[in-house]
Design a protein around this ligand. Structure first.
Ligand SMILES: Nc1ncnc2c1ncn2[C@@H]1O[C@H](COP(=O)(O)OP(=O)(O)OP(=O)(O)O)[C@@H](O)[C@H]1O
Ligand SMILES: [Mg+2]
Length: 475
């Protein structure tokens, strides 16, 4: 062992009723610098292991009281579980196979040589070292690429709290609701990464993107020749691929009723069957489903199965619109600027006051996704330094803040001057008054940028004053 370096002394537990074996091994392994404990029966061994974790357990299969084989799974409960090396005086194939099936690392037949014991110990410790290094690296990678749900508003804090709650119940089905672009998939990823399933895969599928039969084959997999065009080797489904992890069913509201029934069966039975298959395969995934539809209403309209709805909605996480947490816009904008700027290798230092004002005043019908796209657009346009308003896209996608108030008012034009200029000057003046001369808001409503608006104010000699009385259009 001297050429291996381990943090702390490796610990070994020997469970054997033969004193000669226990003491012989103790001497050998202590001499190699390992910490050794012994037990004469399986119950005592389990008790010791519960008090203090060990790296390797040498377990005699033929013990008084409970036999070693039946105790094997209890001896592997630690995290990480101990390596179990079976000592058997009988060496029957059946025993060996059964022990390996239950998770034993190796089997040593009695009588054994010291070299055999040392070789097994060395291999176990090397593998444990590699595994712990791998876990450490995986954790670092996860930290660096951590999915971050940015926001400090009370609404997003509620979502954070909910994520933590559901993360602690790693088998419970979760339904994530919210408008398009609010961050439902991100929430699903956060649930996965904060749960005990984080070392397993996160697999996402969009239920709206595939036809019913393709979606079924994707989810459940299929047997060779299950349908025309099926690969001759068959295929694992996503329930199998996501095993140990999380399966994210995006846009669940778009799933056809027959498939809804099959999904319900999987959730209830915790097994699934490949298309064309006859065997039920155990399912070990957490389902997180998401929708931007009102599933309850769809249930009332009999477009979504009620039983499936209740099965999915055991826990729900509702993600608010960006407008409902507008105070997060500056933080999110800086987060995206930093992220996208770094990806593009651009040194962008922030936003001008006007640009930030525009970002904060817009209503963001496409939610966080639209904000991210706007920042990406700005990052492409802006050569360096601060993002200004001119770098932002013209927000034509949705109704800007205040536009519906304007729409409710009708603009009337002067009977004598029906030129476009006259109409425009009145429209600009009215929008300015309606927005209390908030230039950014007025420009957004008018669909022009601030510079153009300033020009129009100058050309039409508009000042901060009440809108002029306007006459009705004369026939
Ligand atoms: N709070 C947040 N912090 C950081 N990034 C976010 C946040 N919310 C959303 N995003 C980002 O916005 C984009 C859209 O989010 P996501 O795809 O999760 O939305 P969605 O609700 O699933 O949308 P859709 O219904 O259209 O599928 C992604 O790039 C995501 O990383
Ligand atoms: Mg999505």
């Amino acid at each position: 062992m001297k050429n291996l370096s381990f943090p702390g002394l490796p610990r070994v537990l020997i469970i054997d009723d033969e004193e000669g074996v226990r003491e012989g091994m103790r001497g050998l392994l202590q001499h190699e610098g390992l910490h050794v404990e012994t037990a004469t029966n399986a119950e005592d061994g389990v008790r010791r292991l519960e008090q203090r974790a060990v790296d390797i357990v040498f377990l005699d299969l033929n013990l008084p009281g409970a036999d070693g084989l039946s105790m094997l799974s209890r001896l592997r409960r630690g995290s990480p579980p101990a390596d179990i090396v079976i000592l058997t005086g009988y060496g029957t194939v059946a025993n060996t196979v059964e022990a390996m099936r239950k998770g034993a690392t190796d089997v040593i037949e009695k009588p054994f040589t010291q070299d055999r014991i040392l070789a097994v110990v060395r291999r176990c410790l090397e593998t444990r070292q590699l595994k712990s290094e791998l876990t450490w690296l995986q954790d670092r990678v996860r930290e660096l690429t951590a999915t971050e749900l940015v926001g400090l508003s009370p609404r997003i804090r509620e979502v954070q709290t909910r994520i933590d709650q559901v993360a602690h119940a790693p088998d419970t089905t979760v339904l994530v609701t919210g408008q398009s672009g609010t961050g439902k998939e991100l929430v699903a990823r956060c649930i996965h990464e904060r749960s005990a399933r984080r070392h397993g895969p996160f697999v996402a599928i969009n239920c709206a993107a595939l036809t019913e039969s393709l979606l079924e084959a994707e989810l459940f997999g299929y047997e060779p020749g299950a349908f025309t065009g099926a690969s001759k080797d068959g295929k694992d489904g996503l329930f199998a691929i996501a095993s140990g992890g999380t399966l994210f069913l995006d846009e669940i509201g778009e799933m056809e009723p027959t498939l809804q029934a099959k999904l319900l069966r999987v959730l209830q039975e915790r097994t699934c069957r490949r298309v064309g298959g006859v065997h039920d395969i155990p399912v070990d995934v957490r389902i997180v489903a998401s929708t931007n539809r009102d599933l309850r209403q769809m249930v009332q309209q009999q477009r979504f199965r009620e039983d499936l709805y209740y099965r999915l909605a055991v826990m729900t996480v509702h993600v608010p619109t960006l407008a409902e947490r507008a105070e997060d816009i500056p933080l999110l904008s800086h987060f995206f600027l930093d992220q996208i700027g770094r990806q593009m290798g651009k040194a962008l230092s922030g936003f001008t006051e006007e640009a930030m004002e525009t970002l904060c005043e817009y209503r963001w019908p496409g939610n966080v996704r639209e904000l991210r796209n706007a920042i990406e657009h700005a990052c492409i346009i802006c050569p360096s330094g601060m993002i200004d308003e001119v770098h932002l896209p013209s927000f034509t996608g949705g109704a800007p803040d205040g536009s519906d108030e304007i729409a409710r008012n009708t603009i009337t034009i002067d009977g004598k001057d029906r030129s476009i200029r006259a109409l425009e000057s009145q429209l600009v003046a009215k929008v300015l008054d309606d927005t209390q001369w908030n230039i950014s808001r007025a420009a957004a409503i008018l669909g022009i940028n601030r510079t153009t608006l300033y020009n129009k104010i100058r050309v039409y000699s508009l000042g901060k004053r009440p809108l002029r009385a306007v006459a009705k259009v004369e026939a």
